[in-house]
Design a protein around this ligand. Structure first.
Ligand code: M6P
Ligand code: ZN
Length: 201
């Protein structure tokens, strides 16, 4: 469906009620998903610590609304993510992380509360940005993105992304983002990790 057809069918009246500082969305159109440790297999560096963790531990929860259907060109989605404090071994709880299926689509993240790090990676480099209450982050097209909660309380951030962006989790599952965030002696440390070599044949 294109945007004109979608608007003709549904004129998008107030689609949700936001509690900005709590990072909550309410309304019939609000969707919700929860990720627990068992759904993040293979992402954490310390496999034995992962095996020893409770697979039912909730790592993060996302609420969002889709005023148009997924794949609609020109539309936007809106959501909020709560990442729990916690670690697997020395590595902090984090989102799965993804590229957009439509690689050139960009996204905004706006942090409400907590402390964390946004990791990004494109074809040329990996980099990171600090997240704290009030920080706004523009995720450019072509960049994979993952958020890590480095604090002792939930990290909460709003997000807005194109309705035709889609999520591609495959490359992150196999290759990571080239950086990890680990607890160090003096606090969180961003460390470089080699990206697995690929057979280019
Ligand atoms: C943000 C947005 C969502 C994403 C969510 C969790 O709210 O980027 O599109 O789904 O974070 O991230 P992930 O999909 O990587 O688990
Ligand atoms: Zn995204």
């Amino acid at each position: 469906m294109n945007l004109r057809d979608a608007a003709a069918i549904h004129p998008f009246p107030g689609i949700a009620q936001l509690e900005w500082l709590a990072g909550q969305m309410r309304g019939a159109a609000v969707r919700e998903s929860t990720k627990c440790l068992s759904q993040l297999a293979g992402l954490f560096q310390d496999q034995s610590a992962y095996q020893a963790s409770d697979p039912q531990s909730i790592v993060y929860r996302v609420q969002w609304c889709e005023p148009v259907s997924q794949g609609t060109e020109g539309g936007l989605f809106w959501g909020v993510t709560h990442i729990e404090p916690g670690r697997v071994g020395e590595e902090y709880f984090m989102t799965h992380g993804h590229f957009h299926q439509e690689r050139d689509r960009s996204e905004f993240y706006g942090c409400v509360k907590g402390e964390g790090i946004l990791l990004l990676k494109n074809e040329r480099q990996s980099w990171h940005e600090s997240m704290r209450a009030g920080s706004l982050h523009y995720i450019p097209g072509l960049a994979a993105h993952r958020v890590i909660n480095t604090g002792d309380v939930p990290l909460v951030f709003w997000a807005c992304w194109p309705s035709d962006a889609g999520h591609d989790y495959g490359p992150i599952t196999t290759d990571g983002l080239g950086l990890r965030v680990l607890r160090g002696d003096t606090g969180p440390c961003v460390v470089a990790v080699p990206v697995p070599a690929r057979d280019t044949q």
